[in-house]
Design a protein around this ligand. Structure first.
Ligand code: TEU
Ligand code: CA
Length: 545
């Protein structure tokens, strides 16, 4: 079977602000990443998705870009960036850049020009509308960061559209000049030798604000096909679209190679399984593992042979997975390993979020003043106005807030966890003395060791990369199971995703030789047709067919 490099690769997301500081200013930087490349090579990853390092006023931590072709001096220089690409290449690691082109910063020269006058050549780079007859907003479109998606600009007396902060005006993709400028910028980066792009909220670019269409607009796929023809098809690169609104059918449209759009997408269907139905993600409810597995199974089957899945638990917008769907107190290591085994035995390209490989946890806060993230601040303010109790607001933010994933990487037990010699921009989680890379690397049964082993298994076994997927019912909503099959080979994965002992019964009549591939429990070697699993037990066995 013909495969692309990115179908055989494991990715690692670096959030540069929090990864490694090299000069003591408390902010992670590009030289810091270079210092840690050997660590990443040793873990076994093949590509880094680098969150934005571009010039930015940092209203949304770099997702508000004021110059796509310059590096934010906090992170270094373009020379540092070129050095990173080169140093990574020596270690066979590709650098995948974040492409944030649904919007720019309001400090981008395009917007500074656009707002000057209605007939400025850059006016139509953005989306402007007259006020409603009573002077109010053109319509009730909402920003994803709360409040209206329209901001009034007094200079010309019109409103402009922003689906995120008002400092992140939306680009007008209907304007061919915008698309042309983006393609040129992408080409400029590709010629520097990067490995591809992660495309920020790419499903918004087909927006039609007058019809109140945000996601999945009518021209979305046409734009991506144009981008592919004009730019991407000339390079052997990966593209992964961030698409909150994708269904499996839409996922196929993006990732079916015959359609020439993207390599794969990040889909988020599982993300809503722990919110109360009809409410926001800040209104919590416990996850039912069977529901999670139903979503993953659906995507595995839907894209098989007609697209490609990405596999991820977390990113810089999501809480730490061990705190979210594992148990970060009693069973931290075991539950983190169970989650890792679950995800990394699926078909698709895995993405590890920095710190996930050592089981880093959420960072609980007790007051508004500890919130750094713009989204959490807005949510706090809005819910306070709506009359929620402060404790409820904080519970929601502690469980789901974006800062959770953004506290500094925990490298060792030294001051500030080895992240910085100065004062970190966000505090280090006090648990760094027990949870850090140095300790994890000394322990052959650590979470880190499991990730390393899973990456090796993936490289050595085509069944993980290419095998068919089949869901296996277990008769227990806390125990999930599936099979992977390739030729004569068949592997069974079984995982207890709860902190209780759980029984299961498999509908499988016959096992061939039952050979252990990986487990997080030394005592667990074989799987029987029925039995009992200890909390967070995870086991993969080859069962013949
Ligand atoms: O995120 C898209 C996005 O919609 C998230 O902000 C989401 O609303 C929320 O965080 C759910 O957890 C991307 C980037 O990943 C994010 O960091 C940016 O803030 C956002 O786009 C705007 O660029
Ligand atoms: Ca620094």
């Amino acid at each position: 079977m013909q495969t692309n490099w990115w179908q055989n690769a494991v990715f690692y997301q670096v959030y540069p602000r929090s990864f490694q500081d090299s000069n003591g200013d408390g902010i992670g930087d590009i030289q810091g990443i270079i210092q840690r490349l050997d660590y990443l090579a040793d873990l076994g990853v093949n590509a880094i998705w680098l969150s934005p390092v571009y010039q930015s006023p940092n209203v949304d931590n770099g997702y508000d870009i004021s110059d796509y072709q310059a590096i934010n001096p906090e992170y270094g220089s373009m020379v540092d960036m070129e050095q990173l690409i080169e140093a990574a290449k020596i270690r066979k690691i590709k650098i995948v850049m974040d492409l944030v082109v649904n919007h720019t910063s309001d400090q981008h020269p395009w917007f500074l020009e656009a707002r000057k006058s209605k007939d400025n050549p850059y006016r139509d780079f953005y989306i402007w509308r007259d006020p409603a007859t009573d002077g109010s907003v053109p319509n009730d479109l909402q920003s994803n960061f709360k409040g209206s998606a329209w901001a009034f600009d007094a200079v010309t007396g019109q409103y402009y559209l922003h689906f995120y902060a008002k400092e992140q005006p939306d680009l007008n993709w209907q304007n061919p000049k915008v698309r042309e400028a983006v393609y040129q910028m992408m080409t400029w980066w590709l010629q520097k030798g990067i490995g591809g792009f992660r495309m920020d909220v790419i499903d918004l670019i087909g927006k039609e604000p007058d019809r109140k269409i945000k996601e999945n607009g009518p021209q979305l796929h046409a734009y991506l096909q144009e981008m592919n023809a004009r730019v991407l098809s000339q390079y052997d690169v990966v593209t992964v679209g961030e698409t909150w609104g994708a269904t499996p059918e839409i996922g196929q449209m993006y990732s079916n190679p015959n359609r020439h759009e993207l390599s794969m997408i990040f889909q988020f269907e599982q993300i809503n399984l722990d919110k109360q139905s009809g409410m926001t993600r800040w209104d919590l409810k416990p996850l039912i593992p069977a529901e999670l597995h139903a979503v993953f199974s659906k995507w595995q089957l839907a894209l098989d042979g007609v697209g490609w899945n990405s596999l991820f638990w977390s990113n810089h917008d999501l809480p730490r997975i061990v705190s979210r769907w594992g148990d970060d107190s009693q069973y931290r290591e075991k539950s983190a390993q169970a989650l890792a085994i679950y995800l990394h035995m699926l078909k698709g390209t895995p993405y590890i979020y920095q710190g996930e490989e050592i089981g880093m946890t959420n960072y609980p806060i007790t007051s508004y003043h500890e919130i750094e993230d713009i989204e959490s601040r807005r949510v706090y303010q809005q819910r306070q106005q709506q009359g929620y109790a402060i404790s409820d607001i904080l519970n929601g933010i502690n469980a789901k807030g974006r800062d959770n994933a953004r506290h500094p990487m925990q490298w060792n037990g030294k001051n500030q966890s080895g992240f910085t010699d100065g004062t970190p921009w966000l505090p280090v989680n006090p648990n760094y003395l027990e949870i850090n890379v140095e300790l994890a690397k000394q322990d052959e049964r650590s979470i880190y060791a499991t990730y390393q082993q899973l990456i090796k298994l993936r490289k050595r076994n085509a069944i993980i990369r290419q095998g068919r997927f089949e869901n296996v019912p277990t008769g227990n909503q806390n125990v999930i199971s599936y099979k992977r099959m390739l030729g004569e080979q068949s592997w069974l994965v079984i995982i207890n995703l709860s902190k209780n002992r759980e029984s299961y019964t498999l509908p499988i009549q016959h096992f061939g030789p039952n050979q252990k591939i990986i487990s997080n429990n030394l005592l667990l070697n074989k799987i029987a047709i029925s039995g009992v699993l200890q909390p967070y037990d995870a086991l993969v066995v080859a069962i013949g067919n």
